[in-house]
Design a protein around this ligand. Structure first.
Ligand code: KG4
Ligand code: ZN
Length: 335
């Protein structure tokens, strides 16, 4: 079954053709990041307008690169929540129009579920049940994936998402948006033990995260040193901060797996590209004899191939949109 998938939840306009949820026939991603960088973050109104401009050429290219015409597509899938509402509406309305004109069924896909599904492409043998750490710019969740379309939230952040914390720390050090990737690179040359940063926990919720205190601690360290005219070793700050975030993520994730008796662990979302997170969990899972899966780096960020992968399983479970499908800025992954 060939699914044409569309993604426009944030600042990437993307389209892909995916066969049977696992094989990518084409994947096109048009990023707006250069423009948003001028403002230090995503400007929602600009994002919506750029999606409106890009969506037709991006979808056409995805069909061209797959060597297919619309008549050879079996279903459409589109991200409908969560995300920037104006951005989501561009993809959703375009997909609804395409569904109306072609008669193809339209499958609505939750953005975080699609991040998890990027793993089905990179690891074709992977099947639920498994425990997944979903870490992106807007969310940090520990999710029990009981089946392809049945999920339960085990832990979540109480304030900032891990990606948001990385981006804000990076911005304070003058790195362009989104700074998480640059911070990760610079951290490779630093000492993770150079600065002692807090590991905030949430009382009575051992699987929940809190990153705002950690973010404030690193920002204060940078500002206080600058005010005193001192100089910090940037690589050491990056390495210490990355180590603290990854430590918080891995501690709760591994504890949840132990408590639930799950031995198959998976990571997903933009932050799953983080080199220390990948290395640490690979090592910790190998040490315990657990299975560990991660998406290839090119599928960690927003793309439409993952929407086509999850869309296939949503389709099999009978989730087909009505003509009044809407987009939603927030929605639980459990819905
Ligand atoms: O999943 P994603 O592409 O978009 C959302 O759905 O939010 O995640 C983007 C986030 C950004 O905060 C970005 O800085 C972060 O993922 N990110 C990283 C790395 N690569 C991307 N954070 C840390 N280390 C990385 N290597
Ligand atoms: Zn995302």
């Amino acid at each position: 079954m060939k699914i044409l998938a569309i993604e426009s939840s944030c600042d990437e306009t993307a389209a892909a053709v995916v066969e049977d949820g696992r094989r990518v026939l084409s994947s096109i991603v048009a990023s707006q990041v250069e423009e948003h960088r001028l403002y230090g973050g995503v400007v929602p109104e600009i994002a919506s307008r750029r999606h409106a401009e890009a969506i037709v050429p991006v979808v056409k290219r995805s069909l061209d690169e797959a060597g297919l015409t619309l008549s050879e597509i079996d279903a459409l899938a589109v991200t409908y929540a969560p995300g920037l509402i104006g951005a989501l509406l561009v993809g959703v309305n375009f997909a609804k129009g395409l569904s109306l004109s072609t008669g193809l069924p339209l499958v609505p896909v939750h953005h975080l579920r699609s991040h998890i599904a990027s793993n089905y492409i990179s690891n074709t043998e992977l099947k639920p049940p498994f425990l997944c750490l979903v870490v992106s710019g807007g969310h940090s969740h520990i999710v029990m994936v009981e089946d392809y379309t049945k999920m339960k939230i085990i832990g979540r952040t109480r304030d900032d998402a891990a990606g948001e914390a990385f981006d804000k720390a990076a911005r304070t050090m003058g790195m362009p948006y989104p700074g998480g990737i640059a911070l990760d690179k610079i951290a490779e040359d630093g000492d993770p033990h150079a600065f002692r940063l807090p590991r905030p926990t949430v009382h009575d919720a051992p699987y929940d995260f809190s990153f705002s205190g950690l973010k404030t601690a690193v920002i204060n360290l940078i500002h206080n040193t600058a005010q005193k005219g001192g100089e910090l070793n940037k690589a050491d700050v990056c390495a210490s901060f990355r180590y603290a975030v990854v430590d918080c993520l891995c501690t709760n994730f591994i504890r949840a797996a132990e408590d639930l008796g799950v031995t198959k662990l998976v990571i997903a979302g933009g932050v799953s590209a983080n080199s220390l997170l990948r290395k640490t969990l690979s090592k910790e899972c190998a040490r315990r004899g657990w299975e560990f899966y991660m998406p290839e780096k090119s599928l960690c960020g927003d793309n439409a191939a993952m929407v086509g992968a999850q869309g296939y399983y949503e389709y099999l479970s009978g989730r087909i949109a009505d003509s009044d499908l809407n987009a939603f800025a927030t929605m639980s992954i459990e819905e």
